[in-house]
Write a protein that binds this ligand. Structure first.
Ligand SMILES: Nc1ncnc2c1ncn2[C@@H]1O[C@H](COP(=O)(O)OP(=O)(O)O)[C@@H](O)[C@H]1O
Ligand SMILES: [Mg+2]
Ligand SMILES: [Zn+2]
Length: 480
């Protein structure tokens, strides 16, 4: 394949353009009326057909055929398809933002078209023009010469000054639907004589998020490495995780299998998957299961809620694994009623008995008893130190960290906060730290300002609050 797909299959007439029904309807009337306006704005998300439509319109306006326009075969149509028409000028404002370009237009705009009936300027991403350039453009639009048509395309219409908007006809391009995109991909593959699975095309369409160019690009990536476009090749290309992994994650999480979850997250990174993809797919899968009635609505929405909040925080965080692990630990605790077989019945019963009204008073929640808590802290400390990520602990226990002499960590702690943690928590941390050759020294001090924590980014604030919540230190919660 010598030519990239999206260029090769760029629609050459409105009948080939997928979707955008309203736009096509009105533009077809414009073409037939033979009385175009001086300026059009094509607004809409990227890859939905704006530049394509601009070229089709330009062709139709200059087409010399007597029949339906654009004919696609006259000299004018052909040269526009080759981008070599003298009177159809394309400018990419993203690369040429300056006034010089627009001045050039203004200087030349008064010359009559040399080859066709209209002189047509297609300005892509024209919201990127500088203010001076906008003003120059505006002057031209105020007194447009005969036979000049501007087609202005933009993905950010809100950045365009009203003075310009009011002088243009505006067309809104929409995101394409999954079925619109799949049908187009199907057409390409059929003509390229490449085998495919319907289901695979739908998955590409879904990943492309409404943009045809992205969909075609994904398709291109797949067929350069695979002879067929099947679900597996799509998954490999998009970094999608196999269903078994998703199922495994849901099981580990909803059974609160902590050691399993640690092992799992290591493998995810090892296999080269991203936590974002994992969580995104898990949420989709749960929705599907709920719809099909495989899981109850209440269980499904509880899990989706959890994964969604983990997703948001992982996305914002730099140390994704650490946040992923720690939030899995916190949030999956509520499923400890399903605590699996490696714990004895007695323990399970104990956990069930403990119902603690949360301070917020909304819903009674189960939290693990003290023994369990030790295990939890152990697990978590293990994990955080392993990651070399002691900062979370520092946030938790102090508002100021100073590392000295390499392995000694001095934490300036607010006394009130320290008192609100159980002693064993502190001991576990100190012992864990020793194992990793770190010595932690807590400096109790009433002057340490807890409000420092208020300046953390939202995601970290939630994270710290979750930690504080878990240890039951409600009186030191930081403000949202
Ligand atoms: N509505 C559509 N129908 C068919 N193909 C499309 C459509 N929109 C975009 N494409 C495909 O995507 C490519 C890029 O489209 P383009 O018109 O440049 O998008 P935009 O200018 O809106 O970013 C085209 O070459 C074509 O292959
Ligand atoms: Mg474009
Ligand atoms: Zn023609």
């Amino acid at each position: 394949m010598s030519e990239v797909l999206y260029r090769k299959y760029r629609p050459k007439s409105f009948s080939e353009l997928i979707g955008q029904v309203q736009v096509k309807d009105i533009l077809s009337k414009v073409i037939n009326s033979d009385n175009p306006s001086h300026a059009y704005i094509f607004s809409g998300p990227r890859g939905t057909g704006k530049t394509t439509s601009a070229r089709i319109l330009a062709k139709a306006l200059n087409c010399t055929s007597e029949g339906p326009k654009p004919c696609g075969v006259c000299d004018s149509c052909k040269s526009i398809d080759r981008s070599s028409h003298f009177d159809v000028i394309e400018i990419d404002a993203a690369s040429f933002r300056g006034i010089d370009e627009i001045r050039k237009i203004r200087d030349r705009v008064s010359y009559r078209p040399s080859m066709g009936k209209y002189k047509i300027y297609i300005i892509d991403e024209f919201h990127m023009l500088t203010r001076e350039a906008f003003n120059a453009l505006l002057k031209t639009l105020e007194e447009p010469p005969e036979n000049v048509v501007f087609i202005l395309a933009t993905t950010n219409i809100e950045k365009v000054p009203d003075t310009i908007l009011s002088r243009c006809q505006i067309y809104y391009f929409k995101n394409l639907t999954v079925s619109e995109i799949s049908s187009y991909l199907k057409k390409i593959l059929t003509s390229e004589e490449i085998e495919f699975e319907e289901k695979a095309l739908e998955r590409i369409a879904y990943a492309a998020n409404g943009g045809m160019r992205d969909a075609v690009n994904i398709l291109e990536r797949i067929i350069t490495v695979s002879d067929v476009v099947d679900f597996k090749s799509v998954k490999d290309t998009l970094g999608l995780l196999p269903d078994e992994i998703i199922e495994n994650y849901i099981n580990l999480y909803s059974s609160n299998n902590l050691s399993g979850l640690f092992e799992f997250s290591k493998n995810i990174l090892f296999e080269g998957y991203s936590f974002e993809n994992l969580l995104d797919q898990t949420i989709e899968r749960l929705k599907e299961k709920m719809l099909k009635g495989y899981i109850s609505k209440s269980e499904g929405s509880e899990l989706i809620n959890d994964f969604w909040s983990i997703f948001k925080e992982v996305k914002l965080s730099e140390n994704k694994k650490s946040v992923f692990d720690t939030l899995n630990l916190f949030k999956s605790y509520k499923f400890s009623k399903n605590w699996p077989h490696d714990h004895n019945i007695e323990e399970i019963e104990k956990i069930k008995e403990i119902k603690v009204e949360k301070i917020s008073g909304e819903s009674p929640e189960k939290i693990p008893d003290t023994n369990m808590k030790n295990e939890f802290v152990n697990d978590m400390a293990e994990n955080l130190f392993e990651e070399g990520n002691i900062l979370e602990w520092a946030y938790l226990l102090s508002s100021d960290v100073q590392e000295k002499e390499g392995n000694k960590l001095f934490l300036n702690c607010n006394n009130k906060m320290m008192r609100s943690f159980e002693k064993n928590v502190k001991d576990i941390i100190i012992n864990r730290a020793k194992k990793y050759n770190k010595e932690i020294i807590f400096n109790g001090n009433d002057d340490v300002d807890l409000h420092l924590l208020d300046n953390l980014p939202e995601a970290e604030k939630n994270y710290v609050n979750d930690l504080i919540d878990f240890f039951g230190a409600e009186n030191v919660k930081i403000s949202k």
